[in-house]
Design a protein around this ligand. Structure first.
Ligand SMILES: *[C@@H]1O[C@H](CO)[C@@H](O)[C@H](O)[C@H]1NC(C)=O
Ligand SMILES: [Zn+2]
Length: 158
């Protein structure tokens, strides 16, 4: 009986990590493959460039953006994420016109993970290039795929 239980818990532990995106600093779960969402509606004057990046088995659009302090960020989108909101929503200097942003941190270690973007007012757009609901912009450099972490920590099998 204990053997069956052990197998079951191993299978569960593995399933938890499939397609997961975790904090690069502490390993806390941030989001997962099914939540990935290509960013749209960027202010082209603030967009340095964009590219497609393979992440946890999907292709995701990355926007390279600069803040007014001159820091460059590689940002990808998710519908939801496990994050702590830091401070109040701000409307100035937004990268996504019509959306205010709130700084988001890792819930476990407080590392900056990205921003929560929410519409300034209820949107009634039919333009497919303009998002009509809130989304998360995550900093690519601050996260890592859990599957990739597992390959790094796996003990060689002799
Ligand atoms: C994002 O767009 C690319 C094409 O640029 C597409 O291949 C990919 O499937 C899209 N990803 C998502 C998560 O919709
Ligand atoms: Zn963390």
């Amino acid at each position: 009986m204990w053997f069956v239980v052990l197998l079951f818990s191993l299978a569960q532990a593995h399933a938890r990590h499939v397609g997961e995106i975790v904090c690069r600093q502490c390993g806390a779960t941030i989001t997962r493959q099914s939540e990935l969402h290509n960013l749209t509606g960027v202010d082209v004057n603030q967009l340095q460039y964009e590219y497609d990046f393979p992440l946890v088995g999907k292709t995701t659009t990355v926007h390279v953006l600069k803040n007014p302090q001159g820091h460059k960020f590689h940002v990808f989108g998710a519908k939801t994420a496990h994050l702590h909101f830091h401070g109040k929503p701000e409307s100035h200097d937004t990268w996504y016109p019509g959306f205010k942003w709130t700084i988001c941190q890792c819930k476990a270690c407080s590392r900056h993970m990205g921003w929560y973007f929410e519409p300034e007012r209820k949107m009634t757009t039919t333009d497919p290039d303009i998002p009509d609901r809130s989304f998360i912009g995550l900093v690519l450099e601050n996260v890592i795929s859990a599957d990739y972490v597992n390959t790094l920590t796996k003990v060689p099998d002799f």
